[in-house]
Design a protein around this ligand. Structure first.
Ligand code: GCU
Length: 676
């Protein structure tokens, strides 16, 4: 199919590098639902790839693909206990046994074996290796690699741009959409092993018996793919569902309500993952309603789940406009609670201090809570980055955050190392991505938006992968291995995030999007009823003197939440990285940047360069005609046309608006605004 429904399973061609013969006899000595999936994958892929028809055997001979765990005698004799010990639960090794041609895929668990098989198939389809001397061990960076669906029980998706939810709650548990298994397969193929099914703005009904029956069915479909189900819960559930007087976490009746609920869930879903909680944020209930802390709330839920092995992911996205700089709020509420959370609580933290902007500096909570387990939350759905209309490869955004050095324990305390357990030795490690999946035929609305789901999974598996590698393998599996196509489109993908930063919010600007919908430009926001921090100029503070939010020590002092030397680097206008300049400083329109341009001129150049980049993307894509199927070619072309128009819309809206403050002309050599 050329409609995108097959995701990255589209291109079934053997990579040109795989010259060596691949054995067509596959030895699997174990039996389970997961091993059955492994067999089906190979039985499907081998003929499609031109390797040949597979024959399965339980007898270990020469020149075979041998797959399994230590429970398989053939495997146990080839892999030492030491080697197994290193692999952990989900890790695997792939090794070509020299001499007889056998390819060994071994793991401690059947899920590790499944991941190994997907990796093996990825290697066959991409140009990553020739497989002749393959000998690699893969161990995931995070134990829990989780998608967060912001899907509502009525079928809508909050910030979803690919149609309605894939969960058909009204049809479940009786009717089962084939999409459920396709979803599980896609996730398993990139190592995702958890899914939160419902919106963080949680409807209490998800915990009713009726809904749990539906959840149970989904959990059953996902289980052999190694995927656990989690649920977002509403903190007021005991009151709303249980009819209790309140939902105070220190109330014994409330505690027993949650204990009973946990027992009920685990009786139905023994491998249930746990709860995700958004509390005391954007009007949702939480422990603070009763004068209690986030720790009181999270610990009560954690105690209910602990006997069953469940975890609580407690979100630090607390947003209640309070007059102070919004960027400081989460840190102010959470850092004082460091050390007070139970072992099975993990604080889920958006990458930036505000809200999934095209670019933000990292949230200063990373590194500031040394006795609390933290997990990053990325947004795969493009709430602030052009929905499913703009081609934006988010891998570079995720990578930028993970690679950022917080200096919390001196140099090289990167967010990757803080969250994957290397720095603080956390017993649980996890990472979350807000899904961009819906019922659209191509799953994500834009063919290239699939790459963001893919990239999240790959980085959750290995937070050291580069975006270039990820783009490469995604393009090859999704479209073609044509070297020119891959090289050109990889460049487009890698430049796409910087382009959107430039045409929307360059030089550290942020939150210029329209109130509520977050789609187009509205730096003048004048909507009655908008939150106080959305009022005109809250985020950009433009005036006749200049532009930017002073978060330095002369302003809101948000810089003080960062460790040294970052605090001083960000605080000082001449050392502050220019990409964060107007995030941390209010500067005059005539301020001169390192390249000699005034701030006003630089703003004009940046907006224009964002627009120009998109025009280049269009030209490159146009040249790809014939290299990809006509359907996806046309659909991507149409989306790029929207993006190009809207990049101009952004540039013109922002520059013409800011010009009312700066009073300066747009440099002669740049295109004139078309929207006047
Ligand atoms: C953003 C988004 C909301 C969402 C919230 C959250 O503010 O616009 O729709 O509920 O983030 O992450 O909880």
């Amino acid at each position: 199919a050329t409609d995108g429904s097959q995701l990255w399973f589209t291109n079934q061609q053997l990579s040109p590098k795989v010259k060596t013969a691949i054995p067509t006899t596959v030895c699997i000595q174990e039996e389970s639902a997961t091993f059955k999936i492994i067999k089906e994958e190979l039985a499907k892929s081998f003929p499609a790839l031109g390797v040949g028809d597979v024959s399965f055997t339980k007898k270990s001979t020469k020149n075979i693909v041998l797959i399994g765990t230590a429970d398989s005698k053939a495997i146990a004799s080839m892999v030492s206990e030491d080697e197994f010990a290193k692999l952990g639960d989900d890790g695997f090794l792939i090794r070509r046994k020299q001499g007889d041609g056998t390819i060994l895929i071994a793991a401690n668990t059947e899920f590790g074996a499944l991941y190994g098989v997907y990796e093996f198939l990825r290697l066959l389809k991409t140009s990553a290796t020739d497989l002749v001397e393959i000998d690699r061990v893969e161990i995931p960076s995070y134990q829990r690699r989780i998608l967060n669906h912001w899907d509502n029980l009525d079928g809508t998706v909050e910030r979803g741009y690919a149609g309605y939810s894939i969960w058909k709650w009204d049809e479940l548990p009786g009717t089962i959409s084939p999409r459920y298994e396709a979803y599980a397969r896609a996730n398993a193929s990139i190592g995702i092993n958890g899914t939160v099914l419902n919106n963080v703005n949680a409807n209490p009904d998800i915990l009713t018996k009726d809904y749990l029956e539906k959840v149970k069915v989904l959990a059953g479909i996902f289980r052999p793919y190694g995927i656990r189900v989690y649920l977002s819960v509403n903190f007021s559930s005991p009151k709303e569902l249980g009819g209790l007087e309140n939902s105070d976490p220190l109330n014994d009746q409330v505690k027993s309500w949650w204990n009973d609920k946990a027992d009920e869930i685990y009786a139905m879903i023994p491998d249930f993952g746990g709860f995700l909680v958004k509390a005391n944020s954007e009007g949702l209930p939480g422990p603070q309603d009763y004068g209690r802390t986030h720790a009181d709330g999270a610990n009560m839920l954690a105690d209910a789940l602990a006997p069953h092995g469940g975890i609580v992911m407690w979100r630090a996205f607390v947003y209640n406009p309070d007059g102070d700089d919004r960027a400081k709020q989460a840190y102010k509420e959470f850092v004082p609670l460091d050390g007070q959370f139970r072992k099975n609580v993990i604080i889920q933290l958006k990458n930036g201090p505000i809200d999934f902007q095209p670019r933000e500096p990292f949230s200063p909570m990373f590194g500031a809570m040394k006795h609390t387990t933290l997990m990053p939350e990325f947004q795969i759905t493009q709430e602030y980055l052009g929905f499913s209309d703009h081609l934006v490869f988010l891998s570079t955004l995720f990578e930028e955050c993970l690679d950022t050095d917080t200096y919390a324990e001196g140099p090289n305390t990167t967010i990757a190392r803080i969250t994957d357990g290397e720095v603080y030795n956390d017993s649980i490690t996890a990472i979350a991505g807000v899904a961009n999946i819906g019922e659209d035929t191509n799953w994500c609305g834009h063919h290239f938006a699939q790459s963001n789901w893919y990239a999240f999974g790959r980085l959750a598996w290995n937070n050291k992968l580069s975006s270039a590698e990820i783009a490469n393998e995604w393009l090859e599996q999704t479209f073609t291995q044509d070297a020119d196509f891959v090289a050109q489109m990889k460049r487009v993908m890698l430049q796409s995030r910087e382009a959107v930063v430039n045409y929307m919010t360059p030089i550290g600007l942020h939150h210029l999007m329209g109130w509520s919908h977050h789609y187009g430009p509205e730096p003048w926001c004048e909507v009655p009823g908008a939150r106080p921090d959305w009022l005109p100029t809250y985020y950009h503070k433009a005036d006749s003197m200049g532009i930017g939010f002073d978060r330095s020590t002369t302003g809101s002092e948000a810089v003080l939440q960062y460790a040294e030397p970052l605090r001083s680097i960000y605080d000082n206008v001449s050392t502050c990285p220019e990409m964060y300049l107007l995030w941390f400083h209010h500067l005059s329109w005539d301020y001169v940047l390192h390249n000699g341009n005034t701030l006003w001129d630089e703003l004009c150049y940046k907006y224009s360069s964002g627009v120009d980049r998109v025009k280049v993307f269009q030209k490159i894509w146009d040249r790809m005609e014939g290299k990809v199927d006509a359907q996806r070619f046309k659909e991507v072309q149409a989306k790029l046309a929207i993006q190009a128009t809207e990049a101009i819309w952004w540039r013109d809206a922002c520059l013409l608006y800011f010009q009312t403050f700066s009073g300066k002309p747009i440099p002669e050599e740049l295109d004139r605004p078309v929207h006047v």
